[in-house]
Ligand binder design. Structure first.
Ligand code: COA
Ligand code: AMP
Length: 632
């Protein structure tokens, strides 16, 4: 669809069904949609209810059939292992076919759930696409989670099979995945029938006879086999991706096939401005939504080349890692989280590493995953000399709610704003009573239903939880749980979460879930976990513990045990390294813990004694402890 941002936004507003019907023509359907939206189906309606197609077909087969089999589909670059590989679309098709054959031989059929617990290796992408091919529903679990988090996902999805690797490779250690998986399966009530295990040279895993299969051998044996793409309803689930909710129980976001393809294909051209054949690199992890949408599905739907990078922005080997990759593969558009840039800037404040590389292929940097602080944006603009574009979205939406559509002609940037609402989203800012607030006024950011194609349809097996968590507070709207405002020019500003979610190095975590773990320590009477500002990670969690009366053990010992407990139960990704014993927690007279005020004190911000506080002396005590520990 041609036009400026304003024209296209209005085209959508004037005729949403016509707009989506036109974008749906870019997809190669088995049965094209004759109806665009059914408001009576699903929790808030379903997109393309009578269409049939296959996401893997559109990501892979379609390009080969169109004579583009030689184009590079996937570049694997792994500074942590020293390995590199390239797969053309034709080679990708062969790999995905072999993986699909292995899955089918293991009894996986349409609708079965498959957990993909893998590091950033090509086989993870083959597994995701193979599931899409046969209609199995994948659920990728990030490697930095602990066994109990993995167990919760295996149980909730009732997974039939797990695809894993023997290990992941972090710069400072080899992470043995298989013992974590074995522990998770021990914990899980639902036992998967089979585990396909890729043995990596860095560490071999023990296989459980009768349950575990050597994936490398199975793939070699299946080489050359072809598995047809299943004709799936557009409304069939493509994947479940678990994300932090306000309790320890993660929410299984469901993405469908049809709406997801239509929306993501549009974003590649209109938002990122990337052509087929160009190299697009999302430096994230396949365990997160950014990885699902922009390492795997969108670039491949677009016939572009995607980069799978198994490394970090710094330390693998240095702060020039990103620029080496941009130069080596002629990356056109890079997408990462602001935290990665803060990490690079800390090591290379002058941008010296950038100058050692030819990054002339780079047209733009996109940032998302957390608020992009203006300071970081300005620094990135100065060292890269290309537009730096903040865009805002969530696991639930799968693609940007607000952004600056480079492909339609970028709008002027306002630092601190992810720019404007994308076509398909009707964004409103509401006060707590659900009334719209005037421009410039802070409020709850909500999206008028229906959500556009590509957004979650519901939570896995939990329609009621979806309604309660997201749709009930503001009837007729989806609650983003982000607070912010829209200025007079229609620019969106996203300022903070309205729930207990914090963003640690671009990773979404629930402080409520961490509190559940802290509270499970036998010596802890009550606790509060807050996010404290961090120069690189944006936020890091800090836990405040009140010990049970009569506990005579050293508080430092309990603090270390609690830190260990969170690492064991949630995982290293939580970066929970600070637990502090305090005598009491500050509360309102009605007993609500004043986490917001504690956070302000910890961040060294101005704070006022809340009028409703039960005992003002407690906040002074907390401020004293924080300054003793040099926090805040
Ligand atoms: N498997 C196992 N462990 C993992 C892991 C994985 N896939 N990813 C991270 N971890 C571990 C790390 O080894 C670290 O463990 P440690 O406590 O033993 O050191 C811990 O989880 C925290 O990791 P991380 O958040 O990555 O912090 P870091 O200090 O290693 O690196 C950054 C900091 C900023 C360089 C890094 O977070 C980064 O590159 N972030 C990019 C953001 C991103 O990709 N966001 C996704 C959304 S766009
Ligand atoms: P996730 O589901 O992990 O993608 O995290 C989504 C949350 O991260 C959002 O609800 C926001 O709180 C935050 N977030 C993501 N991108 C941005 C952004 N560009 N600006 C501000 N916050 C962001």
């Amino acid at each position: 669809m041609q036009g400026t941002y304003a024209e296209i936004y209005h085209a959508w507003r004037d005729d949403p069904d016509g707009y989506w019907a036109e974008l749906a023509r870019d997809i190669d359907w088995f049965t094209p949609p004759s109806r665009i939206f059914d408001g009576n189906d699903g929790v808030y309606g379903r997109w393309f209810p009578d269409a049939a197609g296959n996401t893997c077909h559109n990501c892979v087969d379609r390009h080969v059939a169109a004579g583009r089999g030689d184009t590079t589909a996937l570049i694997y670059d792994s500074p942590v292992t020293g390995r590199k590989a390239r797969y053309s679309y034709e080679a990708l098709l062969a790999q995905v076919n072999a993986m699909a054959a292995v899955l089918a031989d293991a009894g996986v059929a349409k609708g079965d759930r498959v957990i993909v617990y893998m590091p950033m290796i090509p086989e993870a992408i083959f597994a995701m696409l193979a599931c899409a091919r046969i209609g199995a529903i994948h659920s990728v679990v990030f490697g930095g989670f602990a066994a109990s988090e993995l167990a919760a996902r295996i149980d909730d999805s009732a997974a039939k099979l797990v695809v894993t690797a023997s290990c992941g490779v972090e710069p400072n250690r080899v992470v043995a995945y298989k013992p974590l998986l074995d522990a998770a399966i021990d914990l899980a009530r639902n036992k998967p029938e089979r585990c396909l295990v890729l043995q990596r040279p860095e560490l071999a895993a023990d296989l459980v006879p009768g349950r575990d299969v050597d994936l490398g051998q199975a793939l070699s044996a299946a080489a050359g086999r072809m598995v047809p793409c299943a004709a799936l309803a557009a409304t069939d689930p493509l994947y479940i991706l678990y994300t932090s909710g306000t309790t320890g129980q993660p929410k299984g976001v469901i993405r469908d096939n049809g709406g997801h393809m239509v929306a993501l294909a549009w974003t590649m051209r209109a938002l990122y401005g990337v052509e087929p054949g160009e190299v697009y690199w999302a430096a994230s992890d396949i365990g997160w939504v950014v990885g699902h949408s922009y390492i795997v599905y969108a670039p491949l739907l677009n016939g572009s080349t995607t980069v799978l990078y198994e490394g970090k922005p710094v330390g693998t080997p240095d702060a020039g890692a990103f620029w080496r990759v941009v130069e080596e593969y002629k990356v056109s558009v890079l997408f990462t989280a602001p935290t990665a840039f803060r990490a690079i800037r800390k090591e290379d404040p002058e941008g010296r590493f950038v100058k050692r590389h030819d990054i002339s292929s780079l047209r733009a940097l996109f940032l998302a995953g957390e608020r992009a602080d203006p300071d970081t944006i300005r620094w990135a603009e100065a060292v890269l000399g290309v537009p730096v574009i903040d865009h805002w979205w969530q696991t639930e939406t799968g693609w940007a709610i607000a952004g600056n559509p480079l492909g339609l002609g970028a709008l002027p940037v306002k630092h601190g704003s992810p720019t404007v609402t994308m076509p398909g989203y009707d964004l409103r800012v509401l006060d707590d009573a659900g009334h719209e607030v005037p421009p410039g006024t802070l409020g709850n950011i909500a999206l008028r239903l229906p959500l556009p194609p590509g957004c979650l349809t519901t939570f896995w097996n939990a329609d009621e939880r979806f309604r309660t968590a997201c749709l009930s507070e503001f009837p007729g709207y989806y609650k983003t749980a982000d607070a912010g405002y829209v200025d007079e020019d229609g620019y969106v500003f996203v300022m903070a979460r309205t729930d207990d979610i914090i963003n640690v190095a671009g990773h979404r975590l629930s402080t409520g879930a961490m509190e559940e773990v802290c509270a499970s320590h036998p010596d802890v009477a009550e606790c509060a976990v807050i996010g404290v500002a961090d120069a690189v990670k944006g936020q890091v969690p800090a836990g405040f513990l009140v010990l049970k009366s009569g506990v005579s053990r050293e508080s430092s010992v309990v603090e270390q045990e609690v830190v260990g407990l969170v690492r064991d139960r949630i995982g290293p990704v939580a970066a929970f390294k600070t637990a502090i014993c305090v005598k009491r927690l500050p509360k309102t007279r009605s007993g609500k813990i004043l986490r917001g005020t504690m956070q302000k004190i910890a961040d060294g911000l101005d704070w006022k004694m809340p009028a409703t506080i039960d005992d003002p002396a407690i906040l002074d005590e907390i401020a004293g402890v924080l300054s003793e520990r040099r926090i805040g």
